[in-house]
Design a protein around this ligand. Sequence first.
Ligand code: PGA
Length: 230
Amino acid sequence: MKSLIVANWKANKGIKEAATFIKETRTVLEEVTEAEIVLCPSFMTIPLTFALLENSSIKLGAQDVSSFDNGPYTGEVTGEMLSGVVSYCLVGHSERRRLFGEDNEVIRKKIEHLRKYKITPILCARDERDIPEGLSAEGLVVAYEPSSAISTEGIYHPDTPENAKNMAKNFKEILGEGCPILYGGSVNEDNTANYLSEELNGVLVGNASLDPQTFLSLVSSARLKLNVVK
Ligand code: PGA
């Protein structure tokens, strides 16, 4: 599997900002062959970005999915609605666990829904406890993302690449060697290369994915590193 560079826009960017981002980055991002670029906009701008990225090599991801299928669940966005639109979906981000009370059982259901609709789940895990017990690793991507490393108000405080590699090893002991592990938490244009290695299969980027030029520099340093690691 190619390395992944996943942009998590969180609750940022309305229609105008999302359109500007695509306009300013699409051509350069499409030249990237060393990694798969995945943009995760809010549900509000997924239809727009889907239209703007038609026939593009840039992939779309959702930031969350309902644990229910279509039905009387006001406000929910289901796997079926996302199918054919996004290729990936984040699940179990620590912000959802902390602020929206999501636990491993809900997260397991979300992963099952995504699998049903052929969407690759990117399970965010702060440590081994965030991996639902007995979860199959089939088609799963895991992002090691300790909450202490998530940038706050633009201040970066990443975990060390050594810790990230160790945690990747622990996750692979549970899920098997074949499960791709990403690192997330304060990844930016200066440090992204440190997290691309044989043990880590990519990065999950929040704050540094918001500004088009910053994201392009991050991608360009990732490309340099990936050409060396290859
Ligand atoms: P950050 O966020 O890159 O701003 O630290 C990453 C994330 O929470 O997914």
